[in-house]
Design a binder for this molecule. Sequence first.
Ligand code: GYE
Length: 626
Amino acid sequence: MSKKLKQIVLIGTILLLFVFICVSFYLGRQGRAEYKDEVEYVIGVSQANMREAWRLALIQEIQEEAKKYPNIRIIAKDATSIVDKQEQDVDKLLQFGIDLLIISPCDTGKMTEKVKEVYQNGIPVIVMDRGVEGFEYSLFIGPDNDMIGRQAGEAVVALFDGRPGTVLKLCGNVSATQNQERIRGFDSVVQGYSQITLETRYMEKELKDTAYDALSAMQEKLQDVDVVFANSDYVAQGAYEALRDMGLEQAIQIVGTDGFTGEDEGVDMVMQGKMAATISCPTGGREAIQYAINILEQQSGVPKQVILRSRTITRENADRYLAALKKETADTGNLITMGYSQVGQESKWRFANTRSIQEAAREFNIRLLFDDANQSQEKQIAAIRRFIQEKVDVIVVSPVVETGWDEVLKEAKAAGIPVVMSDRKVVTAEKDLTMTYIGADFLEEGRRAMRWIRDNITPHKQKMNILELKGNKGASPTEERGRGFAEILKECPNFQVIYSGYGNFTYEEGKEIIERYLQNHAWDVDVIYAHNDDMALGAIEALEQSGISPGTDVKIISVDATRDAFQAMVDGKLNCTVECNPLLGAPLMKAVRDMVSGKEMPVRIITEEKVYDQSVAEDFISQRVY
Ligand code: GYE
């Protein structure tokens, strides 16, 4: 190409690019301008694809719910399962001037950066269904795919009813996170039954036709198969038609997932006897719009994650399931009576938590029967029994320890009183004894503490010594903050925990542990990891009394992010605190009102949390509300 021609092409390209940018900007302004007089908020929806019925259901639910809010407009984009296109869709929505983005990522890993970019540019982002890595988003709403897999496994086990046999898993795109989680959950249940043989058939795609072809190709090998597990209801449809065409539909049963309610979809197939069970996978579209409004109107209590409940649907309960979906939920505003069993008064966090519960009860018109157990499980169990006798509408427990609750929770279930876990979790042998957990991700808090150490403390010797101040033994925050911390510590060969003690989350006991350590050891600790600020602050007092400079001679990392911790960071005595939000009142009371009005309760509601260190302590201390 001659030099002259090259110059012409270059100038032409630049001109074209300039025109494209101008037109896009004008359309963006024009587009938003077109709505500016009609609506207050424009919500962009970026869908991975609009081919699968589950995704269509998600969009339909979003649009249906959005109709209730005349001040918002929805603009949806279909990425047709192509990551590059989804990135372009998001850019176009931003050019349009959206106020909030709802996105169901094509691919967890590949969309993380794009979601992070939007979120960090100040546009709220609600991530749905498939998550993204990390926490750079406003809110995640999705199912617990591991639980869906476990429920499917339990449905399959029930079909065998103790008899030996073979289940064939039809698996689609195993690189997709949600499929991995469902298969993990499914296998974790079925592998517990040695008389059940587990076979797997992988398919190119999770489509009805690929399932039909996969099973048809196996014809003679199906003679030993008793049950097929289909990782979606479309796969189940294809499986059923293949079995029917081979005359095997009576010999082999099917369990699916998704639980769609359209004609000849999951629930319908169960009711027709074509499928033994399906596990519902709620889309969360309704919740997405409700929370989007909360976020846009900057309401308090918006959590970080809402994990939706999935149901096992069989011929026995399908009618009830459909009726419940159709049931109009209306919050009558009537007074609700709540029995609340609180752990005690062991820390500043607890005081803030109690205040939040009591204030929110008043705000949400809930009559609160509040019991403070002073760290005694026995007292908590007695309080729960009193609440049952008083026939409260709902029981909420912040359990001092994880175990030992089965009996009293069964009594509450027998009395027909729903139980919600607030702040801390329980571990029970029987399932479904509690409705929902509202609180923090303690495992992640522990990981964040050790990640901060790894990223901010440069080892000055082969092994840096860590002393761990633990909460009360058997409490979920103690156990999980310990496990999360240890998980990251394993990747950090220059650090080791040389001593740990249970300080029960109190200032005094945190102080005592350090005093005892100093009495029995020459001081050889480089880092203190405290499961809460109170114990860290007690440790700081003990160190200062011994002439050891906290925050410099020994680095200190704790959890909760109370105002006292911020002051200690400002004073240079504490190095970092991982937030654990005690202000659970609003999300708890909102969830309880939703439940009493007939809405489906999420399985888990996880609060928003950040990590703060000395570099930001001055900037944030005045904003701390607890
Ligand atoms: O970290 C601590 C309180 O259960 C998360 O209990 C809560 C913990 C919190 O005593 O300060």
